[in-house]
Design a protein around this ligand. Structure first.
Ligand code: C5P
Length: 220
């Protein structure tokens, strides 16, 4: 594979999608938010009344669900024809997603779609297992982190902008729970790839992080 592949992984709220989107924009690369795909499956399970604990049913759902992520600047997400862009960011979905993302059958299906996207051209992909599992041969692997309180604070400010009222404490506890489930699952857990550059973004601005990543990509 001679396409440029940039894998950006890290815990919840580290700023992966914000950063990945800007980097992709500046360098003219495709961008794929893999978290939005897991969120879509979680949303659909909740909306269709499928029990999240029912691994078979959720896996069956993941196999037939039609997820479309537009590459426009709004990053619209369509799920079986429905615009779910903002719904997949709801707290209910955030609380449900890590469980369904631990099911191997769900992951196999979404990883297949993710690898297909990567065949289209140069791409930035963000998630939890991109450098370790989805694109193990990616030329650039970044593991973005930040302190838990900084990550919670960023999410909190993001929510306020969107008019969502969730307390800082609740957000912090939600993202910590999600990180525990994501790093402890058996199949493709959250962890830095051996050859990833670890970037702690605590105290850095978005522009500073983007500049660092672009430098890493340019230096190859
Ligand atoms: O990136 P985001 O926070 O939107 O991801 C939501 C959830 O989807 C994560 O907490 C994780 O459970 C799951 N996920 C995953 N693998 C990925 C991307 C997301 O398991 N590559």
């Amino acid at each position: 594979e001679n396409h440029l592949q940039v894998a950006i992984d890290g815990p919840a709220g580290a700023g992966k999608s914000t950063i990945a989107r800007i980097v992709a924009d500046k360098l003219g690369l495709y961008y794929l938010d893999t978290g939005a795909m897991y969120r879509s499956v979680a949303y659909k399970a909740l909306a269709s009344g499928i029990s999240l604990q029912d691994e078979k049913a959720v896996t069956g759902l993941a196999r037939i669900i039609d997820i479309r992520l537009s590459h426009n600047d709004r990053q619209t997400v369509f799920c079986d024809g429905e615009d779910v862009t903002s719904k997949i960011r709801d707290v209910e979905v955030s609380r449900a997603v890590s469980l369904i993302a631990s099911y191997p059958g769900v992951r196999n299906r979404l990883v297949e779609l993710q690898r297909q996207e990567a065949l289209k051209g140069n791409i930035v992909m963000d998630g939890r297992d991109i450098g370790t599992y989805v694109l193990p041969d990616a030329g650039i692997k970044i593991f973005l982190t930040a302190s838990a309180s900084e990550r919670a604070r960023r999410r909190y400010l993001e929510n306020i902008k969107e008019g969502k009222m969730v307390s800082l404490e609740e957000i912090r506890s939600d993202i910590e729970k999600r990180d525990v489930v994501d790093s402890q699952r058996k199949f493709a857990p959250l962890k830095p790839a051996k050859d990833a550059v670890i970037l702690d973004t605590t105290g850095l601005t978005i522009d500073e992080v983007v500049a660092k990543i672009i430098r890493i990509i340019r230096e190859g």
